[in-house]
Design a protein around this ligand. Sequence first.
Ligand SMILES: [Zn+2]
Length: 265
Amino acid sequence: MTASALKVLKQRLAEAKSIVAFTGAGISTECGVPDFRTPGSPWLENAPIDFARFMADPAMQNEAWRRKFAMDALYAHAKPGPSHKILARLLRDNILHAIITQNIDGLHQASGVPPEKLAQLHGNGTYAACLSCQKHFDLGPLREAFVAYGRVPPCSCGGLLKSATISFGQPMPVATMQQALRWSQACDVFIAIGSSLRVHPAAQLPKLAKQAGACLVILNREATPLDAMADFIWRDEIGTALKFLWPDTPIHPQISSLATVTGES
Ligand SMILES: [Zn+2]
């Protein structure tokens, strides 16, 4: 983006009444969380198992947990980076209205974003949930049981436990999608950050925001399928770009543990 376009963008953001941020893997790769799309990604060896196979076969449930714990060992130590902290601070200062994320790493909450300001379209991999009664479970005891017995026990209600993420083929969380849609269609600036904008239905949201009248800003290292409809396209490192856009944002020091089980449902 040219220097003059950047100046116009900063001005547009300064004048905005309601900014919604939509985040994808690019904001978390800066924190060491592997991306599905990077060549050699450990996701290729530990690909999530689709929902139908998980439900149909106990052996697949065990394999899903094996892959889940293998991936957690690689990145569960990840902490929110400067970009997460800048967005959290912008929310606290009411400069940002809400965050919609495709990420399952829990780093937005860990940076202090309250649940009512966050729509996690693909769930959250930092805890497990019962597929029948929706009760939440900390992963630590489940990992211990898996190591000891090769399987994760069922919920006390008899339901299957699963990482609280939305697997391929699993229905999207209706209330979360509706909230994300409302935010997208009510904002005047929608800024997509670090998303390839190729995973649907999440990638519909920037389009719907634009159609509802928002200014669409796409900040990503690579081109996206929605670039043609964007008002501003900025191909750069996320951290560099956010620091440029909001240079005076002090980063809040309060960081909660990634292992915290959140109270959301
Ligand atoms: Zn249950």
